[in-house]
Design a protein around this ligand. Structure first.
Ligand SMILES: O=C(O)CCC(=O)C(=O)O
Ligand SMILES: [Fe+2]
Length: 417
């Protein structure tokens, strides 16, 4: 990335402290009732008594530990799962970490949950999500090979205004340049999106993947990983729906299915090179993910931090081998009318080690009107957001993150009522 351009330098109040607070605690809940789950039978599985018992159990666990608990630890023996909880309005953020395990568990979405309660932030950690370790290793290795090439090579698949998917190294978050390079590919082709961010313009366009010649096999690795992660996302959505059902008896268990038919989910390969000024710059500035759900694979180099509610302290999410970290995005915050709150997070860089991460952003179809679910609102609890069209939001963001602007780009608070 060459000389340190002032575009990378964070304002003083956003500069990272190099010694940040670590996460520690973890309770566990056995989610074995999810064994055998597959997206096609979500209605059956998710309505089963055992599943309901599980959701209730998680609610109890939340009650028991509440948000006073700073840290809590449970050691888990064999298989784990996790889950989202029934919520308590004051609780806000959720991160889930999943670990992969051997293939034999693919049919057993069994498990347990590692819940981190840090003040009133919650994290969940899980294994046995069914993604084979070698599939994850393959995409991680291909990402290393891809980013290991010269800038000239990588620029052959560079994104631009029209080809929005591909390589780029100029992303700005909150109008400060990130110390990273990325490559995006869609999960479902063709990916249909709005052609323009302007309201009233109905034209649709396709975003097409650009695959580099080198490394061979990158495409296959991404495609196979995408299929696996889609399955994990559906499982998560079914648990989230179930926990929301506890808030509203009128919410059908397949409530979210309609949004994912023509999904705009995508995978991002993130590479954070070593940085000579880690105390001044960030790999990725503070932000909330704008989709519904993110499933993140990080390597073993520390860097991800989430913001604790209340005192605003930044907490390191320590890497767990083979773990996925899952966080609720802004769409889920709107759908749930703030029952779930999207977590603010950022990435620190360091002067010695490079770091890689691979988020899977689970997003609905471009024509989805994002608004609080009507089953979760009434005259006592009115909608907190007006509806917005996801495809327009997505295109607006895609056009606004490559350069410094004078104002913050589009956020859900712009739709707050
Ligand atoms: O690299 C990470 O750990 C986080 C990446 C992230 O938050 C993102 O790409 O939105
Ligand atoms: Fe993020």
């Amino acid at each position: 990335m060459g000389e340190v351009d002032p575009a990378f330098i964070q304002d003083v109040e956003h500069r990272p402290k190099l010694a940040a607070t670590q996460t520690e605690g973890i309770p566990l809940i056995d989610l074995a009732p999810l064994a055998g789950y597959s997206p096609s039978d979500s209605a059956v599985d998710a309505s089963a008594a055992a599943f309901k018992g599980l959701v209730a159990e998680i609610g109890e666990a939340c009650k028991k530990w509440g948000f006073f608990f700073a840290l809590y630890l449970v050691v888990v023996l064999d298989s784990f799962l996790f889950s989202l909880e029934q919520t308590y309005a004051s609780l806000c953020s959720i991160f889930l970490c999943f670990s992969s395990s051997s293939e034999k568990y693919s049919f057993w979405f069994s498990v347990s949950c590692l819940l981190f309660f840090i003040s009133n932030n919650r994290f969940f950690v899980v294994v046995n999500h069914g993604v084979a370790a070698e599939k994850r290793e393959r995409i991680e290795w291909k990402a290393r090979e891809f980013f290991g090439q010269s800038l000239e090579e990588k620029k052959k698949v560079r994104r631009d205004e029209k080809q929005v998917l591909g390589y780029y190294e100029m992303e700005h978050t909150k109008n400060v340049r990130d110390w990273k390079e990325v490559s995006d590919c869609t999960v479902q082709e063709p990916m249909l999106v709005a052609a323009s961010p302007e309201d009233g313009e109905e034209a649709i366009t396709e975003w097409i993947n650009q695959w580099p010649e080198y490394p061979p096999g990158l495409r296959e690795a991404c495609e196979e990983y995408a299929q696996e992660l889609k399955k994990v996302a559906y499982k998560l959505i079914s648990v989230i729906t179930s926990s929301l059902i506890a808030q509203s008896l009128g919410l059908p268990v397949n409530r979210f299915d309609e949004f994912y038919k023509d999904q705009t989910s995508f995978i991002r390969l993130n590479h954070y090179p070593p940085c000579p000024v880690p105390h001044l710059a960030l790999g990725l500035g503070r932000h909330k993910d704008s989709g519904a759900l993110t499933i993140l694979a990080q390597d073993n180099v520390e860097g991800l931090q989430v913001k604790k509610k209340g005192d605003g302290e930044w907490i390191v999410v320590k890497p767990i081998p083979d773990a996925f970290i899952i966080n609720v995005g802004s769409i889920m915050q709107v759908w749930s009318n703030d029952i779930y709150e999207s977590v603010e997070h950022r990435v620190m860089v360091n002067s010695k080690k490079e770091r890689f991460s691979i988020p899977f952003f689970f997003n609905p179809s471009h024509y989805t009107m994002v608004q609080p679910l009507k089953e979760l609102t009434d005259e006592h609890n009115p909608p907190k957001y007006r509806a917005y069209k996801w495809g327009k939001f997505l295109v607006n963001r895609a056009r606004s993150n490559l350069k410094k602007l004078d104002v913050e780009n589009l956020q859900i608070y712009h739709f707050r009522l």
